[in-house]
Ligand binder design. Structure first.
Ligand code: IMP
Length: 195
């Protein structure tokens, strides 16, 4: 029988990317499909703590195996910002475009464009928590390129790629992606558990 995991997110882009990597091996149920209509808070100052908050919240509600992920864009010249605050960088209720605008504004005139995406996955399996991490190094470009993906994808070029995440197909983004690297560790772990 296939192992079923609830994915504690309301972000459809993340669901698509993770289903793409996981394939048929495990069944991923979204919050919507599980009939859970909540916006889980991300109040902490680390990706790890926010990921834990999300998976534990859903585990307490459902008592089922579940996982969550929290991702941040860490920009070297901005001392790691927006980091854990990536979703709310331009303020509460702001959208992807506002966040990108603020990021490009804060990097105006700065030549060090080094950045990385970092994803932390929190899995709650049979009541126990396990963390997995993946990262992707790259550069923030000065103008947006591409329309695929989501979030900061139009301004991020992974090292060696030559095009932004937003100019890539799902398959291309997957070969570089922070999320994919964390998910591969999750899959490896699940396979070892024989679940
Ligand atoms: P969170 O993990 O949902 O808190 O996302 C943090 C912020 O980073 C949000 O603004 C997302 O849109 C953005 N983000 C998360 N993953 C990615 C990605 O793979 N590419 C671009 N932006 C992302």
């Amino acid at each position: 029988m296939k192992t079923t995991l609830i994915f504690a997110t309301n972000n459809q882009h993340k669901v698509e990317e993770i289903r793409y990597v996981i394939g048929e091996q495990f069944e991923i149920i979204t919050l919507q499909e599980a009939g859970i209509d909540i916006d889980i808070p991300e109040p902490h100052d680390t990706l790890e703590a926010n990921a834990t908050e999300k998976s534990q919240t859903i585990h307490l509600l459902t008592h089922q195996n579940c996982f969550s992920e929290d991702t941040g864009l860490e920009v070297e010249a901005l001392n790691g910002e927006p980091g854990v605050k990536s979703a709310r960088y331009a303020g509460d209720g702001r959208n992807f475009q506002d966040n990108i605008d603020k990021l490009l504004h804060n990097l105006q005139g700065i030549t060090n464009r080094n950045a990385r995406f970092r994803t932390v996955i929190s899995l709650v399996l049979e009541g126990k928590e396990y963390l997995f991490e993946g990262s992707c190094e790259g550069d923030i470009i000065t103008e947006q390129k591409g329309v695929q993906g989501f979030g900061y994808d139009p301004v991020f070029i992974p090292t060696g790629a030559g095009i932004s995440f937003a100019e890539m197909t799902m398959a291309q983004k997957t070969t570089y992606s922070h999320r994919q690297k964390a998910v591969m560790k999750l899959i490896h772990f699940l396979n070892q558990q024989n679940v």
